[in-house]
Ligand binder design. Structure first.
Ligand code: IPM
Ligand code: MN
Length: 369
């Protein structure tokens, strides 16, 4: 098994969390006898500072030559006054578009060990396990025309989807639902927006090919409430780009911290893996960041780009065990008991690494018998 991984750490806490995710991947490679090759490249604010552009050509070329791209985070306060196309975020949007992945998978899983971390009642989140499928290359993020006409004091963006764009992402979501609990909730704003009416009609049509999956539709405003009231009633949630951006951050309330959320973007030339959290400049470089979102992202990389399901699951088990043993990063430490178990970013990475090694060793010993 060979895998070429490009690590684009980016800004803020990006380098700290991708270092821990890479450590885990290296260890999986070593234990499994796989050949993973790692390269590094610049993106976002780091690339603007070094080369004057948020997505240098070398990064793009390196990404297109890789089997998978592991990204940390982009953005920083010093760039806040720049126009959208000059900001670090532009680099992220450009690499997403160039790699072509249109289905962004964002699982939100309520770890029992973190139940007390959510402001929601334990009985509300207990067993919640949602997979958001966020369309990543359309809608307001990419629609033209877009402009801020300062003289006229007017600005506009365009929410646009074609039927084909909806069909392709809907198929990914239905196929994933077939492998899970066979429920799909499609989120839109079809009571107001034409683009949502197209979305709803198209998803309804695609559903005919998946008779074993139960489809329902929700308006995004109602959905944002239902998610908090009854998170357990959702399995796969399919939605357009901006709604998915918003709802996936909201789902951090279910998991206890934004730092826990991984993502994988599939369907294009090269898959792109990034934790859902941002660059968190306020805590960058202090060892306070939670690397578990990035580590769980590495598990998704093994699952979707390496077809290494067993190793992906082993990472997820290692994370669960470490949490069960009471280890926390600062964002996860609520109670006095938690606060005594706080680890730095690196220490948490090492803890998962050791636990993972034990799991894989045990698995290999069993196979050797
Ligand atoms: C995310 C982020 C990005 C997005 C930003 C950084 C451009 O919020 O991945 O959720 O809006 O897609
Ligand atoms: Mn976001």
């Amino acid at each position: 098994m060979k895998l070429k991984v490009l690590v684009v750490a980016g800004d803020g806490i990006g380098p700290e969390v991708t270092a821990e995710a890479s450590r885990i991947l290296r260890s999986v490679a070593e234990l499994g006898g796989y050949e993973f090759e790692f390269r590094e490249a610049l993106i976002g604010g780091a690339a603007i500072k070094a080369q004057g552009t948020p997505l240098p050509q070398a990064t793009l070329d390196g990404a297109l030559e890789s089997d998978a791209v592991l990204l940390g985070a982009v953005g920083g306060n010093e760039f806040n006054s720049l126009p959208p196309d000059k900001r670090p975020e532009a680099g992220l949007l450009q690499i997403r578009q160039a790699l072509g992945g249109f289905a962004n998978l964002r699982p939100a899983f309520a770890h029992p060990a973190l139940a007390a971390n959510s402001p929601l009642k334990p009985e509300v989140i207990d067993g919640a396990d949602i997979l958001f499928v966020r369309e990543l290359l359309g809608g307001l993020y990419f629609g033209e025309p877009r402009q801020w006409d300062r003289e006229a004091g007017s600005a506009w963006n365009t929410m646009r989807y074609t039927r084909d764009e909806v069909i392709r992402v809907a198929r990914v979501a239905f196929e994933l639902a077939q492998k899970r609990r066979k429920k799909l909730t499609s989120v839109d704003k079809a009571n107001v927006l034409e683009v949502s009416q197209l979305w709803r009609a198209t998803v309804t049509e695609v559903a005919k090919d998946y008779p074993d999956v139960t489809l329902d539709h929700q308006y995004v405003d109602a959905m944002s409430m239902h998610l908090m009231n009854t998170p357990r009633s959702y399995d796969v949630v399919l939605t357009e780009n901006l709604f998915g951006d918003i709802l996936s951050d909201e789902s951090a309330v279910i998991t206890g911290s934004l730092g826990m959320l991984p993502s994988a973007t599939i369907g294009g030339q090269v898959n792109l893996y990034e934790p859902v959290h941002g660059s968190a400049p306020d805590i960058a470089g202090k060892g306070l960041a939670n690397p578990l979102g990035a580590i769980l992202t590495a598990a998704m990389l093994l699952r979707h780009s390496g077809n290494l399901e067993q190793d992906a699951a082993a990472i997820e088990t290692a994370v669960r065990k470490v949490l069960e043993q009471g280890y926390r990063t600062a964002d996860l430490a609520r109670s006095e008991k938690d606060k005594k178990m706080v680890l730095s970013t690196q220490e948490m990475g090492k803890q998962v690494h050791e636990t993972l090694n034990e799991i894989i060793d045990r698995r290999q010993a069993m196979h050797a018998v």
